[in-house]
Design a protein around this ligand. Structure first.
Ligand SMILES: Cc1ncc(C[n+]2csc(CCOP(=O)(O)OP(=O)(O)O)c2C)c(N)n1
Ligand SMILES: [Mg+2]
Length: 328
């Protein structure tokens, strides 16, 4: 599949946004500015970016507890995201949801999700809605390796395949479910083999290779749009940080992180830009500086946003009224 230079630059920009948003969230959490839990996506940027680059604004995604990257890649607003992480009134959920509940109906972002395996079935529901409405939209379902041991994963793949739903299942195999390594939580190496049980194409790719993700998901999205049904794509990747911020990561074998740091997806794209003379070092630096500014602005927006009032504590708790994409 051909990628234009403009598309590639756009994808690079998205990866930078994710990396810098997450690095800032890491520092802000350490400084005590962000309450609750944060699960960072640093190191996995190529998956969300390469996958979502194949989507239109009216397509859907479902996300996970590690959702910031998916949301940014599908066009989520950094300001509202950061304000939500801060627990502030101008956040996506008015400060009541935090990192794991960010959704944006205007962008087809059907929500981050703190329940492991819950996104699979939401994706199937959205696929059924698309099929019923007879449009050519698709839904990408993002999920982790450990979630493929949940019953919901199997139920979702089964129905999506039987009904030929326009869902692309994108597994982010980062090698761990919390502190439990993949070989300790399942007896297979390649999760893509699980597609065979449902007569669904399943492939394994290098999840740190932006081009590979873009192409594999692109083909799956094209099949889904034509009504040819779902695909399971396993992206092998690694989370650089602990499961959540504060996790001491004592369970990692020595040298494992260091080996994966060498496979950083971002410099790989920069190298491509330089080697193919698509961007100069200066242009790359300028783009980095611009993204730094965007994230700084988001932090300022979050800091200036008020803490939700006590009177609003019970407001919207059961509401599903969506206005401008944000739950009001
Ligand atoms: C239904 C359910 N069971 C258990 C948990 C606790 N839990 C939170 S994240 C997680 C591991 C998820 O691992 P994986 O799916 O590989 O995603 P990753 O964190 O690696 O991105 C578990 C068991 C939960 N949130 N929901
Ligand atoms: Mg995992």
């Amino acid at each position: 599949m051909k990628i234009t230079n403009e598309q590639l630059k756009e994808m690079y920009l998205t990866m930078l946004k994710i990396r810098k948003f997450e690095t800032s969230a890491m520092d802000l959490f350490a400084d005590g500015k962000i309450p609750g839990f944060v699960h960072l996506y640093i190191g996995e940027e190529a998956v969300a970016t390469g996958a979502c680059a194949n989507l239109r604004e009216d397509d859907y995604i479902t996300s996970t507890h590690r959702g910031h990257g998916h949301i940014i890649a599908k066009g989520g607003e950094l300001n509202y995201m950061m304000a939500e992480l801060f627990g502030k009134e101008d956040g996506y959920c008015n400060g009541k949801g935090g990192s794991m509940h960010i959704a944006d109906a205007t962008k087809g972002i059907l929500g981050a999700n703190g329940i492991v395996g819950a996104g699979h079935n939401i994706a199937v529901g959205s696929g059924l809605a698309i099929q019923t409405k007879k449009t050519d939209q698709v839904c990408i379902c993002f999920f982790g390796d450990a979630s493929t041991n949940q019953g919901t994963f199997h139920e979702a793949l089964n129905l999506a395949s039987v009904w030929k739903l326009p869902v692309v299942f994108v597994c982010e195999n980062n090698g761990y479910g919390i502190s439990v390594s993949q070989e300790r939580h399942q007896a297979i190496t390649d999760i893509s083999v699980r597609g065979a049980s449902y007569n669904m194409p399943g492939i394994t790719i290098d999840g740190n290779d932006l081009f590979a993700v873009y192409e594999a998901v692109g083909e799956a999205v094209a099949r889904a749009r034509k009504g040819q049904g779902p695909t399971l794509i396993e992206c092998k990747t690694y989370r650089w940080r602990g499961h959540f911020e504060g996790d001491p990561t004592v369970y990692r074998p020595e040298g494992e992180l260091e080996a994966w740091l060498k496979k950083d997806p971002i410099p790989r794209v920069e190298k491509y830009f330089i080697e193919n003379e698509l961007m100069t070092e200066e242009e790359i630096k300028e783009m980095n500086d611009n993204v730094d500014k965007m994230v700084e602005e988001a932090i300022e927006f979050a800091e200036n946003s008020p803490i939700p009032s006590l009177e609003s504590a019970l407001k919207d708790v059961y509401s599903d009224i969506v206005e401008e994409g944000r739950v009001r």
